[in-house]
Design a protein around this ligand. Structure first.
Ligand SMILES: NC(=O)c1ccc[n+]([C@@H]2O[C@H](COP(=O)([O-])OP(=O)(O)OC[C@H]3O[C@@H](n4cnc5c(N)ncnc54)[C@H](OP(=O)(O)O)[C@@H]3O)[C@@H](O)[C@H]2O)c1
Length: 238
């Protein structure tokens, strides 16, 4: 039980900044709102980030925009094409959800042996309601692990709105559940999550449970639409 073993420092991620490992993080699709926001947050806390796109020039434009707004806080982000971004130790698939599996398959060789983070929610909107569309293996994460059988697929960030990431001056308010079959990979991801101030990481168990996060995103978005709010996930009692 990761959370129970960690003690009080778990709830004070800022104090753990000094412990940041020299991990380079690649973000595929870092030109979208979720990817660019995550890249900015990771750079801001000291990670080297490769911000990937299918088009290097597009990644360069996005990184220049971020630099104009945030200056040195995003200085650790390097624009890259998606292939180059796969050189990182940990690679986040932040591409459009429909493209997550095709992109994983395309880069399967480069991603072999690496920790690969899926944050994809495959949802369809029907009026004021969102519904999840699970693929044959039950979740995008399980499908991805089947395609990336030589990688360690883990999942997180499904319920963190991109808007919450992107304003570095705004306090983050979400709890993030990490799932994955490899204990070391899941723990590495939780270290990364906790490095972002105010984000709390929780161990959600194996990839079997990723479906819970992927599909709950549909419920959360429906609540947000119907109640005209921007709610996220926060566990009580902890
Ligand atoms: N937005 C949110 O609030 C949020 C919250 C939680 C989780 N997520 C998940 O995070 C992921 C990214 O979300 P997003 O809203 O940032 O996505 P997005 O804007 O729809 O797409 C992100 C990037 O994916 C790339 N892309 C688009 N179509 C592609 C294709 N056919 N093949 C390869 N790459 C393609 C594009 O980058 P290039 O053109 O530069 O290659 C695009 O900028 C999704 O899986 C989503 O489910 C999003």
């Amino acid at each position: 039980m990761w959370l129970l073993d960690r003690g009080p420092e778990f709830l004070a991620p800022r104090s753990r900044r000094a412990m940041l490992p020299a991990v380079k993080i690649g973000v595929l699709g870092a030109t979208g709102p979720a990817g660019r926001g995550l890249a900015a947050r990771l750079s801001d806390v000291g990670y080297e980030v490769l911000a990937g796109s299918r088009e290097l020039a597009k990644a360069e434009r996005v990184v220049a925009d971020l630099a104009e707004t945030w200056g040195d806080r995003v200085a650790r982000i390097t624009p890259a094409d998606n292939q180059a971004a796969c050189d990182a130790d940990v690679v986040v698939l932040a591409v459009h959800a429909d493209a997550a599996l095709a992109t994983s398959k395309y880069f399967a060789d480069q991603l072999a042996g690496k920790v690969v983070v899926s944050m994809a929610n495959n949802l369809v909107r029907s009026g004021t309601e969102f519904n999840a569309v699970p693929p044959p293996h039950g979740s995008i994460a399980k499908e991805m692990q089947a395609l990336l059988w030589r990688s360690k697929v883990v999942t997180a960030f499904h319920l963190v709105p991109a808007a919450e990431f992107v304003n570095l001056d705004e306090k983050m308010e979400s709890d993030v559940v990490a799932c994955g079959d490899d204990d070391g990979a899941r723990e590495a991801l939780m270290e990364i999550i906790c490095a972002i101030p105010e984000l709390r990481a929780f161990d959600g168990g194996s990839l079997e449970n990723a479906v819970g996060m992927e599909t709950f995103a549909a419920v959360l978005l429906t609540v947000n639409i119907r109640h005209k709010v921007r709610a996220g996930l926060r566990f009580s009692g902890i």
